[in-house]
Design a protein around this ligand. Structure first.
Ligand code: UGA
Length: 442
């Protein structure tokens, strides 16, 4: 059955959600206050790089089922309103900034004249859904006819479409009083993916909010765990890549998210663990999450270690050295540079008086904007020309396919530090390179 939906916020989450829902056959109005973003999406041009999104927009826009607008009034007719706005880290604090969530609900409320379901998808501090329900019902002409559910999103950048259409679970946080009708409506919305047997869990508001943030906290912990083992391997002469392989074969541990390297970044994991600690503090449960402080500091130490390794490879000083940085995005298949370990390391090295030349297949424009002090090269070959050391910091497939023998002829000194443990050491060593990595005895 086709539903009328509105999606509030056309950023990463919202643009992908709106396109995917239209692709499922629903009629979708996506609203964003940024007119330039709206115009670009309406013309079929995503404002970020996400594999498959441009193709999906090209498919659904001509059907007329997907509209992008700045006008909240166009949402009035929808059966479900998805709140997909960002919750960034507050400046100078650990807590999440929920002003976009409440602000967008305030803009939407006057248009809610008929019974409808507002569904929060953003990652929020536990307790937000409850407050939002009160605020919407107080401000909307439909009053208590406006219901609320929390349906967290688990998409990964780079796999956003796949994760939206075939997530490994749907979680519905519903309000006790109206829950049956809300569950039924959400089931209609997700009927196609649910038909393929994807598990669906119905829980209360708080649990739904916590599922999302605790899943991200667990993922961050898993990465910091392996990076802590990396530190121990470095001290003891072990090999963290083989260690991860071996512990990952225990299916209680599993092999995923055990990739040691320069650590996690992006717009979610770092800010989410901080916001989670801040919220636990407000709730008087701060002790429960003190370990996340350690997760955060292990993660940040990896960046510092990378700078140290680069310095070591340059003979003890970075001054006047030329350093090539392969990668600027926080992970491959993304042009997102938010809290990117690669860019952070590049900037720290440049601040130590080296000349840093960065290459990234997709994130150069974004990187240039926030780090104009760095040099940028259009190809990896150009980036490494004359370099005293090459740092591999984002594991794009392009970098794995590089020919070390060709690059050997371009650099000043054949030194590479693999910050993602993703290159083949033997291949690089055979081509005459000194290969170093984090947590490995090279
Ligand atoms: C993360 C979660 O994985 C999603 O489930 C969640 O929906 C999303 O946040 C969100 O809250 O919106 P994402 O930030 O796109 O998704 O990226 P991840 O694939 O989780 O990677 C995060 C960082 O961890 C990257 O910098 C990546 O390079 C790093 N990482 C990942 C490692 O260092 N080692 C690993 O083994 C895995």
């Amino acid at each position: 059955m086709s539903l009328k939906l509105s999606v509030i916020g056309a950023g990463y989450l919202g643009a992908v959600h709106a396109a995917c829902m239209a692709d499922l056959g629903h009629e979708v109005v996506a609203i964003d206050t940024d007119a330039a973003k709206v115009a670009s999406l309406a013309a079929g041009q995503p404002t970020m790089y996400e594999p498959g999104l441009a193709e999906m927009l090209a498919r659904v826009l001509p059907t007329g089922r997907l509209t992008f607008t700045t006008d909240y009034a166009l949402a009035a007719d929808a059966d479900i309103h998805f709140i997909c706005v960002g919750t960034p880290q507050r400046t100078g604090e650990n807590a999440a900034d929920t002003s976009y969530v409440f602000g967008s609900a305030d803009s939407l409320a006057p248009h809610l004249t008929k019974p409808c379901l507002v569904v929060g998808k953003s990652t929020v501090p536990v307790g937000t859904a409850f407050q939002l329900r009160q605020r919407l019902q107080a401000a909307a002409p439909a009053g208590a006819g406006v219901r609320l559910a929390w349906n967290p999103e688990f998409l990964r950048e780079g796999f956003a479409i796949e994760d939206t259409l075939t997530p490994n679970r749907f979680v519905y946080g519903v309000d006790g009083d109206t829950s049956d009708a809300d569950v039924k409506l959400l089931d209609e919305c997700y009927a196609t993916p649910l038909a393929s047997g994807i598990p669906r869990l119905v829980v209360d508001f708080s649990t739904a909010e916590l599922v999302k943030i605790s899943a991200n906290a667990f993922l961050a912990t898993k990465i910091s765990f392996i990076n802590a083992m990396s530190e121990v391997c470095e001290a003891a002469g072990g090999d963290v890549v083989r260690l991860a392989e071996a512990i990952g074969l225990d299916d209680r541990i599993g092999p995923k998210f055990l990739k040691a390297g320069v650590g996690f970044g992006g717009g979610c994991l770092p800010k989410d663990i901080r916001a989670f600690m801040a919220r636990a503090g407000e709730l008087g449960a701060d002790q429960a999450l003190t370990f996340l402080r350690e997760v955060d500091s292990i993660n940040m130490r990896r960046r510092a270690r990378m700078v140290d390794l680069a310095r070591q490879q340059c003979g003890g000083t970075l001054r006047t050295r030329r350093v090539a940085v392969l990668g600027a995005a926080f992970k491959p298949d993304s042009d997102d540079i938010r809290d990117s370990p690669a860019l952070d390391v590049a900037r720290a090295i440049q601040a130590d008086f080296a000349t840093v030349v960065v290459h990234d297949p997709k994130a150069m424009d974004n990187a240039r904007r926030i780090a104009p002090e760095l040099l940028y090269a259009d190809t990896p070959q150009e980036a490494v020309r004359g370099a005293h050391v090459v740092l591999h910091l984002t594991e794009w497939p392009e970098y794995r396919a590089l020919d070390p023998a060709e690059l050997r002829g371009l650099v000043e000194r054949p030194m590479i530090v693999d910050g993602r443990n993703a290159l083949d050491p033997v291949k690089w060593q055979e081509a005459g390179w000194v290969y170093r990595a984090l947590g490995r005895p090279f």
